[in-house]
Structures are given as structure tokens and as C-alpha cells.
Design a protein around this ligand. Structure first.
Ligand code: CU
Length: 115
């Protein structure tokens, strides 16, 4: 009885420790937040972020038309309504240069530099 209770307690403790692990891992890699605006061009159009950490790009669309923030290399796309704001979540990336653009106006382009 005592032995089985101890085993169960131990199993429960192991479970708790395992459950807490992803939380501390998530805290350890807090997302880098970048804020940009769009007025027909991205401001700024060169962004910087550290490698190996998720990145949150907050995009504010100041134009009278919807736009779509898109990056093929970052594998993200998000439509942002006129005068709207959206958060684009980017996974942790390796060092490099990643291009993004407005899919509705492909002349508007920018680069995310991960280093
Ligand atoms: Cu698209």
C-alpha cells in the first residue's frame, strides 16, 4: 500500500515536471517583437531579429485598401484590412535574409535580416 502510493506520487511528480518543461522552454525563447507600418511601402523596410527565436511582427496598415503581408521564405501570409492592424507570428529562423512583400502590391517589399 505504502509502496504503491509512493510510486504513484513519484509518477505524479514526474508528470508535473514534464508538464512544466515546455512552459520554461517557452519563456526562455520569448518572441522578438517588431512593429512596422504600411502606407504603400513598409516602414521600416529592413527589420532585424536574432536567430533561433520566434518573431512577432505587428503590422499596421495605414492605407485605404487591404494588404497582404506575405513571405514565401518565412512561410507566412496575412491579410490586413484597411486601417487595420495584425500580428504575424514567425517561427524561429536561422541566420539569413528573408524577403517579404505586399501580395496585393508586389512593388512594396522588405527584408527581415536574422542574425
Ligand atoms: Cu498570399
Amino acid at each position: 500500500m505504502f509502496a504503491s502510493l509512493t510510486t504513484r506520487t513519484f509518477a505524479l511528480a514526474t508528470l508535473c515536471a514534464a508538464a512544466m518543461l515546455p512552459l520554461s522552454a517557452a519563456n526562455a525563447q520569448q518572441a522578438t517583437e517588431i512593429q512596422i507600418t504600411y502606407d504603400g511601402a513598409f516602414q521600416p523596410n529592413e527589420l532585424r531579429a536574432p536567430a533561433g527565436k520566434p518573431i512577432t511582427v505587428k503590422v499596421k496598415n495605414n492605407t485605404a485598401k487591404a494588404m497582404e503581408f506575405e513571405s514565401k521564405t518565412l512561410k507566412v501570409e496575412k491579410v490586413i484590412p484597411s486601417k487595420g492592424e495584425a500580428v504575424v507570428n514567425v517561427r524561429a529562423q536561422k541566420a539569413g535574409r528573408y524577403e517579404f512583400f505586399d501580395e496585393f502590391n508586389e512593388k512594396a517589399r522588405g527584408t527581415l535580416v536574422v542574425e
